[in-house]
Design a protein around this ligand. Structure first.
Ligand SMILES: Nc1ncnc2c1ncn2[C@@H]1O[C@H](COP(=O)(O)OP(=O)(O)OP(=O)(O)O)[C@@H](O)[C@H]1O
Ligand SMILES: [Mg+2]
Length: 356
C-alpha cells in the first residue's frame, strides 16, 4: 500500500508561510489533483512530499511509514515536471535508464525495463535520439517513462502538460490517466487549470494561500463548492448576496426572492452561487410564473454557446449561458430584448459571504 498522508504540514520560507497546516489523506492508487492559483503552495507541497523541500512542521507518511526525514533518493517516488528536466546530452534510452543505473541494477535488466517503459509511452523507435530531436509531447513522454521505470510507489507530476498545445495536452492527459490506472500508482498531479483537474482526477484538492480550501471528488467541487473562492475558481460567475429566510427561500440583496434546495441551513449573510449554464432564459417575460424580469445587455459568442449578460429589473447583473442557435435557425437574442429568467432550486448553491 502506498497511501500518502500529510499531517498538519507547514512550510515557511523566512517569514512567508507557503504551506499553512495542510492535512491530507491520499489513498493508494488514487489520482489526486492539487488545484489553485499561482503561489497557493501546490509545488511546495509536492516538493515536500518528494523530499526536495524540508518541512517546517508536521509529518508525511507513505504506506504508514514516516518519511518526513528521508532524502528523496530513499522515498521511491517518480517525478515529472513542466520543463521535462531531461538530460540534454543523453539519448532517450539513457535518460530513462539513469535512475536504474543509480540503483546499480544489472545491465540486462535495465535494458528490459527501459524497453518496456519505451513501449508504454510509444517511443521505442526514438530510443537513440537526443531530447532536442523530439517534440514537446514526446519529451514529456520520455520524462514520464523515466519517472515510471523505477516502479515508484508514488508519482508526482508538477504541471506536466502546461508546455504543450491544446490538442497534445488533451492526448497526454488521457495517456497519463490510462497508464496511472493500469499501474494503479498513487499519483499527485499539480495544475492551475480546473478543467484539467476535473477531468483527470479521482479527487481534487483546491488550495488557496497555502491552505486546503476544499477536498472532494471532481463532482463535489464542481457542483457544491464550499466557498465563494472555490465557486469562482470553478467558473461560477453569478454570485448573489442575500439572506436565507424561513420556508426555504432566499432573499437577494435586490429584494427578489428565489428558491433554495431543501436541507440548506438558515444562516446570516450568504452568497448564492449559480452557474451560468443553469440559468434558464425565457424569450418572453411572463411575469407571474416566479421568473425574474430582465433585459439582454450583451451577447458574447463562445463557439457552441452564447453568454448573455442580462440585468434584472431589480438591478442585478447575471450571466446566462445558452446553446448558440443552429445555422439557419433563430437569431441570438438581441440587445434590449425583455426576457424572463429563473433557475431550479438545486442550481443555487449557498456559500458563506466571507472574504472574496
Ligand atoms: N525557495 C523559496 N523561497 C522563498 N519563497 C518561496 C520559495 N518557493 C516558494 N516560495 C513561495 O511560496 C509560495 C508558494 O509557492 P509555490 O511555488 O508552492 O506556489 P504554486 O502554487 O506552485 O504556484 P504556481 O502555480 O505559480 O507554480 C509563494 O508565495 C512563493 O513565492
Ligand atoms: Mg508551482
Amino acid at each position: 500500500m502506498s497511501d500518502v498522508v500529510l499531517r498538519s504540514v507547514v512550510k515557511r520560507f523566512g517569514t512567508t508561510v507557503a504551506v499553512d497546516n495542510v492535512s491530507l489523506n491520499i489513498r493508494s492508487g488514487e489520482l489526486v489533483a492539487f488545484l489553485g492559483p499561482s503561489g497557493c503552495g501546490k509545488t511546495t507541497t509536492l516538493r515536500m512530499i518528494g523530499g526536495f523541500v524540508g518541512v517546517s512542521e508536521g509529518r508525511i507518511l507513505v504506506g504508514g511509514r514516516d518519511i518526513t526525514q528521508l532524502p528523496p533518493s530513499r522515498r521511491n517516488m517518480g517525478f515529472g515536471f513542466q520543463n521535462y528536466a531531461l538530460f540534454p546530452h543523453m539519448s532517450v534510452a539513457a535518460n530513462i535508464a539513469f535512475g536504474l543505473e543509480m540503483r546499480r541494477m544489472p545491465k540486462s535488466e535495465i535494458q528490459r525495463k527501459v524497453n518496456a517503459a519505451l513501449d508504454r509511452v510509444r517511443l521505442r523507435q526514438f530510443s537513440e535520439r537526443l531530447p532536442k530531436q523530439l517534440s514537446g509531447g514526446q519529451q514529456q513522454r520520455v520524462a514520464l517513462a523515466r519517472a515510471l521505470v523505477i516502479e515508484p510507489d508514488v508519482l508526482l507530476l508538477d504541471e506536466p502538460l502546461s508546455n504543450l498545445d491544446a490538442n497534445l495536452r488533451h492526448e497526454m492527459k488521457n495517456e497519463i490517466r490510462e497508464i496511472q490506472r493500469t499501474l494503479g500508482i498513487t499519483t499527485i498531479f499539480v495544475t492551475h487549470d480546473q478543467d484539467e483537474a476535473l477531468s483527470i482526477s479521482d479527487r481534487v484538492v483546491v488550495m488557496r494561500k497555502g491552505r486546503v480550501e476544499q477536498d472532494g471528488t471532481p463532482n463535489e467541487v464542481f457542483d457544491t463548492p464550499k466557498s465563494r473562492f472555490v465557486a469562482e475558481f470553478m467558473g461560477v460567475t453569478n454570485l448573489l448576496p442575500g439572506r436565507l429566510e424561513q420556508g426555504g427561500r432566499f432573499r437577494l440583496a435586490s429584494g427578489d426572492v428565489v428558491p433554495v434546495a431543501s436541507g440548506t441551513k438558515a444562516g446570516d449573510d450568504m452568497i448564492m452561487a449559480v452557474r451560468p449554464e443553469r440559468i434558464e432564459l425565457r424569450d418572453t417575460p411572463s411575469g407571474d410564473d416566479g421568473s425574474l424580469k430582465a433585459e439582454i445587455e450583451l451577447a458574447t459568442y463562445r463557439g457552441l454557446m452564447i453568454d448573455y449578460r442580462v440585468r434584472t429589473s431589480s438591478g442585478i447583473a447575471l450571466t446566462a449561458r445558452r446553446p448558440a442557435p443552429a445555422v439557419g435557425g433563430p437569431e441570438a437574442l438581441p440587445h434590449g430584448r425583455q426576457v424572463g429568467l429563473s433557475w431550479q432550486a438545486d442550481a443555487g448553491v449557498l456559500v458563506p459571504a466571507g472574504e472574496a
